[in-house]
Design a binder for this molecule. Sequence first.
Ligand code: AGP
Length: 603
Amino acid sequence: MCGIVGYIGKKEKKELILSALKELEYRGYDSAGIAVMKDGRIDAFKAIGKLGNLEKKTKDFTSHNEGAAIGHTRWATHGKPTEINAHPHFGEHSYIVHNGIIENYREIKEALIKEGITFLSQTDTEVAVYLFEYNLKNSKNAFEAFEKTILSLKGAYAILLITTTAPDSIFFAKNAAPLIVGKNDEGEIFFGSSDAPLIGHAKEVCYLEDGQYGVLNKNEILLYADRKKVLPVFKDLPQDKSYAQKEGFRFFMEKEIYEQSRVLGETLMGRIKNNEIVLEELDEHLFEGISAVKICACGTSFHAGLAAGYLFERFAKIRTDIIIASEFRYKEPLLTKDTLFVVISQSGETADTLEALKIAKNAGLKTLAICNVDNSSIVRLADSTILTRAGIEKGVASTKAFATQVATLWLLAIFIAQKQKSVSKERLESEIDTLLKIPSSLIVDNATHEKIKRLSKRYLHGHGFFFIGRDIFYPLALEGALKLKEISYLHAEGYPAGEMKHGPIALVDSKLFTVALLPKTMLYDKTKNNIEELSARDATILVISPERFELADDFIKTQHSTHVMNEFFEMMIILQLLALEIAVRLGNDVDMPRNLAKSVTVE
Ligand code: AGP
């Protein structure tokens, strides 16, 4: 997730923009830049790495008196974290900053190249500033050109643009990425991707809605939607910064659980076109000579790999095995060159996973990274990478990273099936149709969250938890158990539901809590029997299912779905919220649990 800020006023702009960007550092970034308009000319600076590098570059620059300025922190989604790819991007007399993904950027780029325009960067953003300047040539003013530009874009964008053709103004647009406008009694105007950079400056804010765009200067705010003028609605700005960075949630983990629907939309953006999976980041020869997949990862990423195993074998019809990286490293594995070696890592810095990747590369295997951080060690080492685009994940207990990993691996499974024609065209289209709608399965149901808050009080003791499920719900059970362990410090085990009778059922009594995943679309009756076996031995059972289950001590109802992955993601959210609410009741540090690090860069 990138961060964008803007300002119109008399204050010194460099310092103001840099300090505003500092307030967005929590969103994660790999490069930054600013552009300042003064006396009809624009000065711009960009730097990779942390904001300190940008501060060094701008140490001799100041900009007093009336003017406009924009700033950006970039989280790479299209194009490596380099200075050329950093924002602002610019044309002849305009500079732009953007957060989101322009889904139709390739089509626009190809059309502009035909008009003789040459591009500098690998980014999607650059097409917007060149399209604006192209439109300027046949528009009566800058606003008309901007409106034409915005109405041509598809995808997610929060955009700020300054141009010498309208020197006192900032043009803005918002769709599926956050953008806030602020103002105060001194007539100053502020923009931000979240409240945080506006606190202490703006008195009132307007949270722009999707599809809104406009132009703003010290005299007026023109706000439009679908070419019609709308009135901006301002309200008082809360003044608590840490509250703002969590955007109103109690913890980063909670915010990240609620973000999953939106970020999954970004994970899929630009990767499904004309009912086909398009993975432009993959070399077209990657799968040549490949007849098997080996997935290697740690922790939550390992659970995503296990889930992928079901999708790859059932749908892509490709032999897949999954192994924990710290085990793989020392087992003297048999590696053959017909195997694609896939590593999954949120951070891209996990030592065991990185070392496993080195072993595979040294054995001459083709390697693919499923990763959330571009330019990380794992991304730099792998032959190919598919970025999960979850944005920065602050909570040590991984949530949205897991969701985007599973979605990315599902995309990949369909992509392989498409290439190898391992399923019918109709089956492919039906799978893609479900995948496209998945973000709606991740919208958190507030009533369910409230129910989980209430019933969590019953699960604060006992001699442990079993999380059980079958098929792809077994890795989900493992993940639910890990979430609980990580932040509540209660013992929990994920287990295949069909395995309980092979020993663990000896543990069952009323103080043993069992969380049972009972989907309707996958082995319902088999799983139901397993739960009945536990209930007959007086286990305390929380059942998560679309079907009411009379023997449950607690029951959380989910939606009836036609596809197993709808049920998977909906139950995933419930397990994440259950762990969160139990940990909250126990008074633990949800975002920074004891003994854990966000990235395990040591063995
Ligand atoms: C997940 O909640 C944990 N924080 C941990 O298991 C994590 O998934 C594991 O350390 C792997 O990290 P990575 O995805 O960054 O490689």
